[in-house]
Design a protein around this ligand. Structure first.
Ligand code: ADP
Ligand code: MG
Length: 455
């Protein structure tokens, strides 16, 4: 394992044992393993807050995980420095999908043994960013040696973040490499329905069992659907055990972690947690930008950089919705003249206004969200001091109150401990300046705060 792999693996394990919000997880994913020398792992943190978070909250847990992974006592050294994007370390921030279309490939190799796979969901059109880098890497390594590395692999995360896409990508890649592999993609709902049908029509259960068990790779989607369905869980438990016993690879996806699935049998939950458990995060700005460009290209929509940037700054984190948005633009584009920034802003502005109105977001909600994410409190944010670690969250609070809730400068000053309107003005300007300088930490943070407020 190179330092970056070791670090990513460590973070993946850390996320399983600690409580972090999706925003703070994204911060942590922005750190990078630089080098491992004399049992010291040097980590680059692109921002002061990331380093603080790692040192203050997680240092012990991290060193414990490192010891488990390497069987050695390893110390971490956290340095504040921008990330290197050279390929020797972590590859670019996101990888653009190569142009070759998946369709040609699947036509050339007619898989006889793959069930349920959608040939258009492949690694080639999966955009990799910090939110899904680890899950993507784990998925890829399964295609190198199915059944041998992570078994099972359990991927979880919110809807529209690419879990289903990854499952199909694994299946398609394996089919491409070895058309003789027996691969089966199914949702747990499908499993339940097949079982119900077999019982209802008094079919031979052996046939049902064989169809799920005589398989080399099982890709099981929407596992959360098993919750509360006792007989299906029982059956699935035995299926799972048999698959494991025969060395067959199992990959599972769910919208939440095993422990959080309602009424999931403990035995099954612990089986799911026996392999590698990975969470998919929300895509950050760069990843959204890459997705927007990839989607636009595949839909033959020409977007100027300015427009793509605007969209990436303003879209939600649900990748499915980003796809939908591009389709809307395409429809609009077909009816009207070329896509311009103004027309896109108009299309967009309307939706955003509706959201703010409908959600009725209060200043208090903004303040407590920021306090929670920055690990501070309302009184700290309102206090008169200028403590280093409070300056930024305070400025961000003012910025969001101004830009998203359209509060007046005076009102914001009052809300935050009776500050002068010029202080507020200055704070908002500071954040705007950082955005202009393309400070990706600030941009992702604002984006995440906004999406937590608006979803
Ligand atoms: P989930 O199963 O997590 O709800 P999906 O895999 O169904 O999400 O993804 C929703 C949509 O977004 C799909 O059309 C998928 O192809 C697309 N998508 C998700 N993640 C990515 C990604 N990283 N790159 C490209 N497209 C993506
Ligand atoms: Mg899905």
């Amino acid at each position: 394992m190179n330092p970056q792999e070791l670090w990513q693996r460590t973070l993946a394990e850390l996320f399983i044992v600690v409580n972090e919000t999706s925003l703070t997880k994204q911060w942590l994913l922005q750190s990078q393993g630089l080098e491992l020398q004399n049992n010291v792992l040097k980590i680059a943190c692109p921002h002061f807050y990331i380093r603080e978070l790692l040192i203050k909250k997680h240092k012990d847990a991290i060193e414990e995980i490192l010891q488990r992974l390497t069987q050695e006592k390893i110390k971490v050294e956290l340095v504040i420095q921008p990330l290197k994007t050279s390929t020797t370390i972590a590859g670019p921030l996101f990888d653009q999908a190569p142009k070759n279309t998946p369709v040609e490939r699947t036509e050339a190799v007619k898989p006889l043994n793959a069930l349920g796979l959608n040939p258009s969901l492949v690694f080639e059109n999966f955009v990799v960013g910090s939110c899904n880098r680890i899950a993507h890497a784990a998925a890829l390594s399964i295609t190198e040696a199915p059944g041998q590395i992570y078994n099972p692999l359990f991927i979880f995360g919110g809807t529209g973040l690419g879990k289903t896409h990854l499952l199909h990508a694994i299946g398609n890649e394996l089919t491409f490499k070895n058309p003789n592999l027996r691969i089966r993609y199914f949702t747990s709902e499908k499993f339940v329905n097949s079982l119900v049908e077999a019982i209802r029509f008094k079919k031979d259960l052996r046939e049902f069992r064989a169809s799920f068990r005589l398989v080399d790779v099982s890709l099981v989607d929407d596992v959360q659907f098993l919750g509360g369905k006792d007989s299906s869980q029982e059956e699935f438990y035995h299926t799972f055990n048999e698959l494991q016993a025969s060395g067959s690879q199992v990959v599972l996806a769910s919208d939440r972690a095993p422990k959080e699935i309602n009424q999931l049998d403990d035995r099954l939950a612990s089986r799911f947690m026996g392999g590698l458990l990975l969470q998919m995060g929300l895509p950050d700005f760069e990843t959204r930008l890459a997705i927007i460009k990839t989607k636009a290209e595949s839909l033959d929509v020409i977007l100027e950089d300015e427009i793509a940037n605007f969209l990436a700054q303003n879209t939600s984190e649900n990748i499915r919705e980003i796809g939908g948005l591009i389709q809307k633009i395409k429809a609009y584009h077909l009816l009207n003249q070329p896509v311009t920034l103004q027309s896109v802003q108009k299309l967009f502005g309307k939706e955003r206004e509706e959201q703010v109105k409908n959600k009725n977001i209060t200043p208090d909600a903004v303040i407590s969200l920021i306090a929670q994410n920055f690990n501070t409190s309302l009184s700290e944010l309102c206090a008169k001091n200028r403590k280093k670690e409070i300056v930024l969250p305070r400025q961000l609070t003012m910025y969001i109150l101004r830009k998203e809730l359209n509060l007046g400068l005076e009102e914001i000053g009052q809300t935050l401990g009776g500050r002068d309107h010029s202080t507020v003005l200055h704070a908002v300007a500071r954040i705007e300046q950082k955005l202009k300088q393309n400070n990706s930490f600030i941009r992702t943070t604002i984006q995440n705060l906004k999406s937590s407020l608006f979803v």
